[in-house]
Ligand binder design. Structure first.
Ligand SMILES: NC(=O)c1ccc[n+]([C@@H]2O[C@H](COP(=O)([O-])OP(=O)(O)OC[C@H]3O[C@@H](n4cnc5c(N)ncnc54)[C@H](OP(=O)(O)O)[C@@H]3O)[C@@H](O)[C@H]2O)c1
Length: 322
C-alpha cells in the first residue's frame, strides 16, 4: 500500500471538528492574471455544496493551497469557462464535488442533470487532461443496480446498471472522466450526511423535535457516510497515485430506519421510530434497496464506521446550536 490508511483515519475521530471557514470558501481566484505555480494546489469544484466545502476545509488543514470554486466561479457546463479558469489557477489536482443531486428532479429533467453530471464531468476531464492535472471525481452507488447483491457489499468491479435518471447521468460522467483524463480517480460514495447541506440525519433531528412518531423506510440498506470522513479520504487520495474507481463509504451497513433510530437515540429524543416499506413513500425515482459499498483495493483508505461519523456529525450540529 503506497500510503498509510491508518495514519489518515486516526486523524478523523469524532473529536476532530472542523468549522467551515466562510471567508476562505469565498476565495475566488478566477480574476487573477495567472496564479503562481504551487506544488500542492487543489481546486475544489462544487465548493458551495455539502461535500465540497468540507473537502476544501480539510485540504487546507492538510497543507494544500486550496482554491474553493462554487458554481458562480466555475460552472462545469462550459468547457471553455472551465479551461480558462483552470489555466488561470494552475492547480495540481481538481476535486469535483459539483453535481445535480436532486434525484427525483432528474427523472423529469434528465437532460439538465446530464449537462452537469455527465457532460460537466467530461468538461473537467478534458480541461484537466489538457493541463496534465489529476482529477478526483465523486460519484455514487446509484450507478449500480442496487439489488441485494447476494448480501455482499458492491465492490469496484461490480457491473454498472443504473435504475434512475440520476444514476444514468452519473454513470455518463464516470465514463467521460475515464475516457478523457487517464490521471483520474472516480470515488463512489453513498448516503452522505454532514454540515452545510440537506441530508437525512438532519431531517430526522428536525422531525424528532416536531413529532412523537417517525415512519421510516426499513427495506433499503446502505452505508451512511459522514462528509468529514469522506473528505479526509478524498484529500489523501488527491495526493496519491491511485487511479480508476474506488468505493468510499462509511464502514458497516444499516437501513434508513436503523439510521433514524440511532440518530434519535444519540440525541436523546423521546420519539418512536416505526419501520415501513418503500411503498409507503412513493417517489418519482426508484431507490436502491442495497447501497452497501465495499472496496477490494489495497491502495485506497477504508472509512471509519458510519456510527462514528454519525456521532461526529451530531456533536457538530449540537455545537452549532449551542
Ligand atoms: N448527497 C448524497 O447522499 C450523495 C450520495 C452519493 C454520492 N453523492 C455525490 O457526492 C457529490 C457531492 O454531493 P453533495 O451532497 O455535496 O451535493 P450538493 O450539496 O448538492 O452540492 C453540489 C454542488 O454542485 C454545485 N453545482 C451544481 N451545478 C453546477 C455546475 N454546473 N457547475 C458547478 N457547480 C455546480 C451546486 O451549486 P448550487 O448549489 O449553486 O446549485 C452545489 O454547490 C456529488 O457528486 C454527488 O453525486 C452524494
Amino acid at each position: 500500500m503506497g500510503f498509510s490508511q491508518q495514519r489518515s483515519v486516526s486523524r478523523l475521530g469524532p473529536n476532530m471538528v472542523i468549522r467551515p471557514n466562510k471567508n476562505a470558501l469565498d476565495r475566488d481566484d478566477v480574476d487573477v492574471e495567472r496564479a503562481a505555480p504551487s506544488q500542492k494546489r487543489m481546486v475544489v469544484v462544487g465548493a458551495g455544496g455539502m461535500l465540497g466545502h468540507r473537502v476544501a476545509d480539510i485540504a487546507r488543514v492538510h497543507g494544500w493551497d486550496v482554491v474553493a470554486a462554487p458554481r458562480q466561479t466555475c460552472d462545469i457546463t462550459s468547457l471553455s469557462g472551465v479551461t480558462t479558469y483552470l489555466e488561470q489557477v494552475s492547480p495540481t489536482v481538481v476535486v469535483n464535488c459539483a453535481a445535480w443531486t436532486d434525484v427525483d428532479g432528474a427523472e423529469e429533467h434528465e437532460a439538465a442533470a446530464l449537462a452537469i453530471n455527465g457532460e460537466g464531468a467530461g468538461n473537467l476531464a478534458k480541461a484537466t487532461a489538457a493541463l496534465g492535472v489529476r482529477l478526483i471525481h465523486v460519484s455514487t452507488d446509484y450507478v449500480l443496480r442496487g439489488d441485494d447483491n447476494g448480501g455482499r457489499p458492491y465492490a469496484e468491479d461490480a457491473p454498472t446498471d443504473p435504475q434512475s435518471a440520476y444514476g444514468r447521468t452519473k454513470l455518463a460522467g464516470e465514463r467521460l472522466v475515464a475516457e478523457h483524463n487517464p490521471n483520474h480517480l472516480i470515488c463512489r460514495t453513498a448516503w452522505l450526511f454532514g454540515e452545510g447541506g440537506g441530508n437525512f440525519v438532519d431531517t430526522m433531528v428536525r422531525l424528532a423535535g416536531e413529532r412523537d412518531r417517525l415512519d421510516v423506510v426499513d427495506d433499503q440498506t446502505g452505508s451512511p457516510t459522514w462528509t468529514g470522513h469522506l473528505a479526509a479520504a478524498l484529500v489523501q487520495l488527491a495526493g496519491s497515485p491511485a487511479t480508476g474507481i474506488a468505493h468510499l463509504a462509511g464502514a458497516g451497513q444499516v437501513t434508513w430506519c436503523g439510521l433514524a433510530a440511532e440518530t434519535v437515540a444519540l440525541i436523546g429524543a423521546d420519539v418512536e421510530v416505526h419501520p415501513v416499506t418503500t411503498d409507503a413513500f412513493p417517489r418519482p425515482a426508484p431507490r436502491p434497496a442495497w447501497s452497501v459499498l465495499g472496496s477490494t483495493r489495497d491502495d485506497v483508505p477504508r472509512l471509519p464506521a458510519w456510527r462514528d461519523g454519525l456521532s461526529a456529525h451530531l456533536i457538530e450540529v449540537n455545537a452549532a446550536h449551542a
